[in-house]
Design a protein around this ligand. Structure first.
Ligand code: 0A1
Ligand code: ZN
Length: 847
């Protein structure tokens, strides 16, 4: 294997420096003769001058075989070739550039460009991978049509667009390089049909390795539902005669929206009841939809430059969340989305990696596929919709699709459509794209003499490179209940635009405030609401999100007070949780969410926010005690609850059954604290689906069952995706003092493939995210272990190494000893030759 040469160039690229290319490419004609070590890529680029200047093409790791313009080989004096560029001097106004390059896909372990996975050729070109295939203007504002011819002794040869002859593909839709894709291999398809609302017959294929055909049905179903939904809700129809999805085992991210040829991490396509959990099914549905929705938000209308990434990603995440909410329970989906946002994006926004939704500079764009760009980007779209209303949102989207189809756009283009369609000035709203950091909204209220007064104050915290921020426009949805729990004022949206706003009302009695309903803005609330009011909201709020939020606030408060003051767990809280758990009128999925306690990382951040240094070991222990207290309170009800949540009949991934299994999983965890694993063992032995099996497996691991790990392995050792779950669970559910050693031992196994990102993430992520008390072992062994692996991975797959390094980003929360250990590990890393990806991350984390 050839190591990826460390690229330490730390050139900073700025949004402000954007300039269009002087010479553009309008058509790309590619011929690829595939070979593991000597693939020949012949490219014919139709070029046209559009302004003054030299033409600089990108090209990395390419061996040049030939170079010609309009059929004439180019003399050495007319071009300059470097490791990363091909500069052409004195080109005509219109010409054909012909290059032949040689590359070695088999040696490409960075999984960017053209690479091989289990004998199959595949590509990943976003963001800047096309330059590893051939010389080209590898930037999103250069949009070209493509003809591709693939030569290989393999049965299936795929590229973008429509197949015009075996192995020959034509894509009529102009696209940037990052949407190019090619796949060649021994694959089998599950095929279906869809007829669009415009009457176009579309063949749908999901291509997998032979043997995996039995696991494609759910993804196909999700694809058809996505196509129909985008027509109905956004008026967007598909535009080619074929839509191909390919499942690949070695993939850096979740999936990729290449035009007409989506490539997926096999984890997000393949599912059967026996091998995938309910969570996997939900993720597959959401990701299939996400990639499909990109066909309009990303592909037909793309980004002018990579700073505009949120233009396609924030909008497409918002759309996939809307879709999932329509397919499933909307409140449960919203709670899940907010949990995810807080866990990943709030954490990012609170630390050294904080950046605006539209960053203004970067060294390596791959480091900006972040929770802020994706998830906060989606929240910004949600706020926009709230502010302009449903009709205004529909009108703005319609104008955007009509005006910008076929273009590479900016956030300014997007917002202008909403300003024009609705007449609303969005200049203050635009701050959401440029000011980093999670705004803090503090809420104070008073009641006296028949007057209720509500004051909201906002501040936006300092973040790296940004201080003294202006007030944002924050849509705060709120309503009032009376103390008996009846709603006295239904939801209204207050647009907080100033640093401080006060509302005053005449009311007969003191109300109970329900604020930030539906989590109407991605902000943190500072609000000392009384227990009584929270209990009222938990029992009665008409807004399901805030009903859950009230319970969450109570639980978090109990845990924090238990950690800082040793406060006992009181009956009022336990009774309230029990009441929700046993309320048959509520959706089981909601009850499961209400019973789940805040995560260890969430508690660590909350302690830090309160000025207390978090101790991961103490947090872990406190959370276990809280769980045991809930189990004690519910003890006599647990077996019945388990029975009530039975799902008779064969497994279906439907949300209603999944909700019951989710509640059963929480109940099983509670039961395990009481019976040492008896119920979990019975569930494990009797499970007929992976959801129940995994729920029981993790309980048994935590209970110290001596056999279950081997038993699971014996049954599933041939299944890569199932074994990823096993690797992760072994670490995440290990006793914290043993977690690092277990992780270390797992990486020494022959089936630990360091070139497979899923396997690597199972073990390293299982430790850093799944077992915080283990990762933060006071002896520093977790930090050492991660740093060692970052260095190893960086040599072959810099992108994955850089992503995993974010586990260190919250280091300044911790005590002086832990901080010293982490900064020493990071500083040692910094002293090594690192990739551009990892060195940018380490530098930013150290600050
Ligand atoms: N655009 C894809 C995600 C993606 C991004 C980068 C990749 O390689 C660096 C791969 C995939 C999406 O949003 O699904
Ligand atoms: Zn996306």
């Amino acid at each position: 294997m050839r190591d990826a040469a460390p690229d330490q160039s730390q050139t900073v690229i700025h949004l402000a420096d954007y300039a269009p290319v002087p010479v553009t490419v309008t058509h790309v004609d590619l011929h690829l003769r595939l070979d593991p070590l000597a693939t020949e890529v012949s490219a014919r680029l139709t070029c046209r001058r559009q302004g003054p200047g030299v033409m600089v093409l990108n090209g990395e790791g390419l061996d040049m075989v030939s170079l010609a313009i309009d059929g004439v080989p180019l003399e050495a004096s007319r071009y300059m070739l470097t490791d990363t560029t091909l500069t052409l001097h004195d080109v005509p106004d219109a010409f054909l550039l012909e290059t032949v390059a040689r590359i070695a896909p088999q040696e490409n372990k960075a999984l960017e460009g053209l690479y091989m996975s289990n004998g199959m050729y595949c590509t990943q070109c976003e963001a800047e991978g096309f330059r590893k295939i051939t010389w080209m203007l590898d930037r999103p504002d250069v949009m070209a049509t493509y003809d591709v011819e693939i030569e290989a002794d393999l049965p299936v040869l795929l590229s973008n667009g429509d197949e015009v002859a075996p192995g020959k593909w034509h894509d009529p839709w102009p696209k940037p390089t990052y949407l190019f894709a090619l796949v060649a291999g021994n694959l089998v398809a599950t095929t279906d049909q869809f007829t669009t609302c415009e009457g176009r017959a579309v063949t749908l294929n999901i291509w997998v390795r032979p043997g995996d055909e039995g696991r494609t049905a759910y993804a196909m179903d999700a694809l058809k539902r996505s196509m129909a939904w985008d027509e109905t809700v956004y008026g967007r129809a598909y535009d080619l005669s074929v839509f191909n999805i390919v499942a690949v085992d070695d993939f850096n991210m979740g999936a990729m929206e290449n035009k007409g040829l989506n490539i997926f991490n096999s984890k997000y396509v393949l599912a059967s009841p026996d091998t995938a959990t309910d969570t996997d099914f939900a993720l597959i549905e959401g990701i299939v939809a996400h990639e499909y929705f990109h066909n309009w938000t990303g592909n037909r209308i793309t980004c002018r430059d990579w700073f505009q990434l949120c233009l396609k990603e924030g909008l497409t995440v918002f759309r996939d969340q809307q879709f999932s909410a329509d397919m499933r329970s909307a409140p449960v989906q919203r709670i899940g989305d907010v949990l995810q946002l807080r866990a990943r994006q709030f954490r990012e926004d609170a630390g050294p990696l904080a950046h605006p939704v539209r960053p203004e500079s970067f060294v390596e764009i791959n480091n900006f596929y972040t929770a802020t760009v994706y998830e906060k980007g989606a929240e910004v779209i949600g706020m926009l919709r709230r502010l302009v209303g449903d009709a205004g949102y529909a009108a703005g989207c319609a104008l955007y699709f009509e005006r910008h189809d076929g273009q590479a756009c900016t956030i300014e283009d997007w917002l202008a459509c909403f300003e024009e369609a609705t007449g609303r000035d969005l200049s203050q709203f635009k701050l959401w794209y440029s000011q980093a950091g999670t705004p803090l909204v503090s809420v104070t209220e008073s009641y006296g003499d028949g007057t209720y007064r509500l004051t909201l104050r906002q501040t936006v915290p300092d973040t790296p490179g940004q201080t003294d921020k202006a007030p944002m426009v924050i849509p705060v949805a709120w309503g009032l209940l009376n103390t008996a729990g009846d709603e006295v004022r239904p939801t209204e949206v207050l647009e907080l635009t100033e640093a401080e706003t006060t509302l005053t009302f005449d009311l007969d009695a003191r109300p109970v405030l329900s604020v930030l309903r539906g989590f109407s803005a991605p902000v943190r609330l500072e609000y000392q609401q009384s227990d009584t009011d929270r209990l009222t909201l938990l029992a009665h709020d008409t807004d399901p999100f805030n009903r859950w939020e009230a319970g969450r606030a109570l639980s978090k408060d109990r845990l924090l007070r238990h950690i800082t003051e040793d406060a006992p767990f009181d009956a009022a809280w336990l009774d309230a949780l029990a009441a929700v758990a046993l309320n048959d009128g509520l959706d089981p999925a909601f009850r499961a969410l209400a019973l789940a306690l805040p995560s260890e990382d969430d508690l660590a951040q909350s302690l830090h926010d309160a000025g207390v240094v978090p101790d991961p070991t103490a947090i872990h222990a406190a959370r276990k005690r809280a769980f045991a207290a809930v189990a004690d309170r519910l003890a006599t009800d647990l077996p019945r609850l388990m029975d009530d949540m039975a799902t008779p009949g064969p497994y279906t991934p439907e949300a209603s059954d999944a909700g019951k299994r989710a509640l059963r999983a929480v109940v099983l965890r509670l039961l395990t604290t009481q019976d040492g694993g008896g119920a979990a063992r019975a569930t494990y032995d009797g499970a007929d689906n992976m959801t129940d099996r995994m729920a029981a497996f993790t309980c048994l691991l935590e209970a110290g069952d001596p056999n279950v790990a081997d038993q699971f392995e014996a049954q599933w050792s041939d299944d890569r995706l199932v074994m990823d779950k096993w690797f992760m669970a072994r670490v995440a559910h290990a006793e914290p003092t043993r977690a690092v050693q277990i992780a270390r031992d797992l990486t020494a196994r022959p089936d630990f493939d360091a070139n497979n990102p899923n396997r690597v993430r199972s073990v390293l992520g299982g430790l850093t995210a799944g077992n915080p008390a283990g990762f933060h072992n006071p002896d520093g062994s977790g930090y050492e272990f991660l740093a060692e692996w970052l260095l190893i991975l960086d040599k072959s797959n810099p992108q994955t190494a850089a992503r995993l390094s974010t586990a260190f980003d919250a280091w300044r929360r911790y005590d002086a000893d832990r901080q010293a250990l982490i900064s020493a590990a990071l500083t040692r890393l910094q002293g090594q030759p690192l990739s551009r990806d990892l060195s940018e991350m380490v530098g930013r984390i150290l600050g």
